[in-house]
Design a protein around this ligand. Structure first.
Ligand code: X8Z
Ligand code: ZN
Length: 598
């Protein structure tokens, strides 16, 4: 058959929608479109990420060049991914989804989801939102915290809250940590409006619903899930709360309070109480004190390579920003840890301020979890637009899982970070873990999730941000401000995610539940070790399990991945079971004490 005949032949059959050639023709058209979209998107995305990277790692007061570049690059990306032309084509193809492959449909759906965050039908809103976000990041990370008139870094604030036994000092440091709130308030109120209005243009009810929809869930479904986690952990949390009230009252020589005063807790938001206890023979802060920050990151990498992952690419080491800036740097950087997939391929970087202590040890492993997730799914089989986690909680869960594994005794002994001859009080160790993982749930699934839901879905008035926040903190965490905090403060906005990672904090709550499910599976089925005392180091089989989970990225439905990797629904049962021995111990400790938490 000559060429013309072939074309005519094809055209003739293509008039019949049920035949294979018709399907194939559409499929080719979609494939071609997807390939062109991916190429252009990757180019624009990389430019935007590079500009964002500069904006987050090199913040100079009064300098507008970074902001201008970031705005331009983000606008170019938004103009493409949210263009009316792209939205119409994607919708047009999705109307014929029955004739497309599941992988094509997944890509188109991911693209439509991205478009809804920057829809070309409301270009002014998109531009305003980009500018407002860039400005907010500069305000947040360019802020100079001060204690008694002297500059103090977030790392120093955190260290003092972990270590100081002096209540007056604790109060001063806690207050200093909240000073940034009011600076951020006008920007956040504006961002709330812009975030809501942009996604409404493509039919979402509000920005919270938009973010949740990435899980294929409604807001109500997500709130039911987070409520369930809180409920499952409530008995344990109630006992931890009672234990902390009595223990801290004694430590500080104060009467036992009904609600824990926020400045008594070893974290700015009371989200992590790990530092309340030291475990004799397992004191990671002490073990790390004489190591370098670089050693921490290298050792983290070695943990992953021991599981069969490749060493990190040279560009990771050259281009990341891993350590705190010297005080005389002349510029500031984002001090909150993050991992970046710059080009959706092999340019992976992390932004951290690592110091040799237990917090940064765990955080480094968390960030490297993101990095190895990026690397695992950056392969030709995974289309660019599906280079994401099975869902966002999976992405958060992997590194946290490795973080949990890295704090267990068998592992620490193997790494010469704990003395094999030392007697370790196992209940105390379990207590320390609960002060990390269980304590986090009321904050993440409760306070943060409910606050952001109120903010975006319920139109929370700007003059009740603080009242709402402290009401939630009281109800979920059983924590109270040291003194009344009126609306001249804006305490929720001191939490970085509210500004630059909005309406997604339930990811971490789900990740915590998920990581106990994964850990339980790995400990029992792969390592055949007690989940309370594992050593993942060197287990290729564990690495294979994790890689198999990560390699498909978002190209498979997450519920399917969940069933295969844990065999059960997402809930907190594995976490509750893990802490059962501690729960029994706490009941004994708290006998005769009055609980105040509902
Ligand atoms: O933000 C983080 C990571 C970056 S993805 C360091 N985390 C949450 C937080 O710090 O509030 C990890 C646990 C919770
Ligand atoms: Zn993370």
């Amino acid at each position: 058959m000559n060429r013309i005949a072939a074309v005519v032949g094809l055209l003739a059959v293509c008039l019949n929608p049920s035949c294979d050639a018709f399907r194939t023709n559409l499929s080719h058209e979609v494939e071609d479109y997807l390939a062109r979209y991916a190429d252009r998107m990757q180019e624009l995305y990389y430019e935007a990420q590079k500009a964002e990277w500069e904006s987050n790692t090199h913040i100079v007061e009064g300098d507008t060049t970074n902001a201008a570049r970031t705005r331009r690059a983000n606008e170019a990306l938004a103009a493409f991914v949210g263009s009316v032309e792209n939205i119409e084509r994607i919708r047009g193809f999705l109307d014929k989804r029955g004739r497309l492959t599941p992988l094509q449909v997944r890509q188109l759906e991911a693209m439509l989801y991205t478009a809804a965050n920057a829809p070309g039908v409301v270009p002014e809103l998109v531009s305003e939102r980009i500018a407002a976000k860039t400005e907010q990041v500069e305000q947040l990370y360019g802020f100079e915290y001060k204690l008694n008139g002297q500059p103090i870094t977030p790392n120093e604030i955190d260290a003092r809250l972990r270590q100081s036994d002096d209540l007056a000092e604790r109060l001063a440091v806690w207050r200093a940590s909240k000073e940034v709130g009011p600076v951020l308030k006008p920007g956040l109120v504006e961002l709330r409006r812009l975030r809501n209005e942009t996604v409404r243009a493509l039919g979402y009810s509000d920005f919270f619903a938009y973010q949740v929809s990435e899980y294929g869930m409604s807001s109500d479904e997500m709130l039911a899930l987070t409520d369930r986690l809180i409920e499952q952990l409530r008995p344990l949390y109630r006992e931890l709360h009672t234990w902390a009230r009595y223990t801290l009252a004694e430590r500080y020589g104060q009467p036992v309070p009904d609600m824990l005063p926020a400045h008594w807790l070893p974290n700015r938001w009371g989200q992590d109480w790990t530092a309340l206890v030291r475990v004799e023979g397992l004191d990671l802060d002490a073990a790390l004190a004489d190591r370098s920050s670089q050693w921490i990151v290298e050792q983290g990498e070695e943990f992953y390579t021991s599981l069969g992952f490749e060493p990190l690419p040279g560009s990771f080491w050259e281009l990341s920003s891993l350590y705190p800036l010297p005080p005389d740097a002349g510029y500031k950087k984002n001090t909150h840890a993050s991992a970046w997939h710059m080009d959706l391929d092999d340019d992976v970087r992390s932004l951290m301020s690592v110091e040799p202590n237990a917090y940064w040890w765990e955080t480094t492993l968390h960030e490297l979890g993101h990095i190895y997730y990026y690397i695992s799914y950056s392969r030709p089989e995974v289309p660019l637009v599906l280079r994401e986690g099975a869902n966002r909680a999976y992405h958060e869960g992997i590194g946290s899982l490795i973080g949990l594994a890295s704090m267990q005794r068998g592992f620490l002994i193997g790494q010469e970070l704990a003395d094999p001859a030392a007697e370790v009080d196992e209940i105390r160790q379990l207590l320390q873990e609960a002060l990390n993982y269980a304590v986090f749930i009321p904050f993440s699934a409760g306070v943060m999730t409910r606050f952001e839901h109120a903010l975006y879905a319920e139109d929370l008035p700007p003059d009740s941000l603080n009242a709402k926040w402290w009401q939630l903190v009281r109800d979920y965490q059983g924590v109270a401000p040291p003194t009344p905090r009126g609306e001249e403060h804006a305490d929720p906005l001191t939490k970085t995610h509210i500004n630059d990672d909005p309406a997604q904090y339930y990811d971490y709550a789900l990740a915590n539940a998920l990581l106990f499910q994964l850990h339980d599976h790995i400990a029992r089925e792969i390592l055949e070790q007690d989940p309370h005392d594992t050593n993942y180091w060197g287990s290729r089989e564990t690495g294979d399990f994790l890689r198999a989970l990560m390699e498909p990225g978002a190209s498979r439905p997450w519920r399917e991945v969940l069933r295969e990797t844990t065999g059960r629904e997402l809930d907190a049962r594995a976490m509750v079971e893990y802490f059962q021995p501690l729960y029994d111990w706490l009941l004994e400790q708290n006998a005769g004490r009055t609980p105040t938490l509902r």
